[in-house]
Design a protein around this ligand. Structure first.
Ligand code: NAD
Length: 287
């Protein structure tokens, strides 16, 4: 039986979510996507027009297919949480059932139980502002979109996961070391995500027999990272200073680690933050 994976946070072929989808597809899993509502239309149009065909290629030459793509907004748990202006927004109005609980219900109805849950999304409106200048709203918004969304997903999808299943999220070194420029409460959100990974590993392990881990990834020039503004500097810094300095991090290296962590090969790994960063986290001084 092929495993079923639900991945939230894919809207183009540049980010970690796409690479994880590819590694899981390559390993024989059926991949179901949850794509941010405002990004869905352009993603589906580009997909249909063949824009991603080159990066859909698997090792046997076939193209990666998604079992289904659902609209999703991980900031809302039920329709009662959605403010009127979002409901009326034209990018949302044409879609339905995109809150976390509704997406989980749809996935269960369409596919039954799943084995793998991937959270590959983050958002912090004030990411470019230092923490000292971050507003309460900006900070809480970053935590809501980037940390609580992971809890919400596990709450709603946990009951439909097979025993032995696994969850993965993506985190960043700024949770534990000072990375000037990663502001707006995003560093705090990643610290929460890593702490929650441990607590959720305990709770979900006892409750459903599933594993919960997070991957601390090195810098990648994804769409989200480009929006922060300093990603090229971070990639250069890593290539100058990391133990493995010859090459930039390739998203598929994170994809492969995710596939390993979601497989029975990692059956005793849970609650862990796994670094996939060319070793940069180990360095104490710049070289
Ligand atoms: P990405 O742009 O490919 O992925 C982020 C996704 O989040 C996008 O598809 C976006 O549409 C989606 N999203 C934003 N708000 C959402 C919401 N409310 N509901 C649902 N989806 C929403 O960029 P990425 O860099 O691959 O990011 C994936 C994860 O990797 C994030 O958690 C990010 O913090 C983490 N990460 C990135 C880097 C890096 O350098 N790029 C490094 C370490 C960790």
């Amino acid at each position: 039986r092929g495993k079923k994976a639900f991945i939230a946070g894919v809207a183009d072929d540049n980010g970690f979510g796409w690479a994880i989808a590819k590694a899981l597809s390559q390993a024989g899993a059926d991949v179901i996507l949850g794509t941010w509502v405002p990004a869905l239309n352009i993603f589906e149009t580009s997909y249909r027009r063949g824009k991603f065909d080159e990066s859909r290629k698997l090792s046997d030459g076939s193209l990666m297919e998604f079992a289904k793509i659902y609209p999703m907004d991980a900031v809302f748990d039920t329709m009662d949480d959605v403010p009127e202006d979002v409901k009326a927004n034209k990018r949302y109005a044409g879609n339905e059932k995109w809150t976390v609980s509704e997406v989980a219900e749809c996935v269960e109805k369409d596919f039954g139980k799943i084995d793998i849950l991937v959270h590959s999304l983050a958002n912090g409106r004030e990411v470019a502002k230092p923490l000292l200048e971050t507003s309460r709203e900006g900070y809480l918004g970053a935590i809501s979109a980037s940390s609580y969304s992971n809890i919400a997903m596990l709450q709603k999808f946990g009951p439909l996961m097979n025993k032995g299943g696994a969850c993965i999220s993506l985190t960043y070194l700024a949770s534990e070391r000072i990375i000037p420029g990663y502001g707006g409460g995003m560093s705090s959100a990643k610290a929460a995500l890593e702490s929650d990974t441990r607590v959720l590993a305990f709770e979900a392990g006892r409750k459903w027999g599933i594993r919960v881990n997070t991957i601390s990834a090195g810098p990648l020039g994804s769409r989200a990272a480009k929006a922060i503004g300093f990603i090229d500097d971070m990639i250069n810094y890593s290539m100058t200073n990391a133990p493995l300095s010859e090459k930039p991090l390739d998203a598929i290296e994170v994809g492969h680690t995710a596939a390993f962590l979601c497989s029975p090969l990692a059956s005793a790994i849970t609650g862990s933050t796994i670094y996939v960063d060319n070793g940069l986290n180990c360095m104490g001084v710049a070289t």
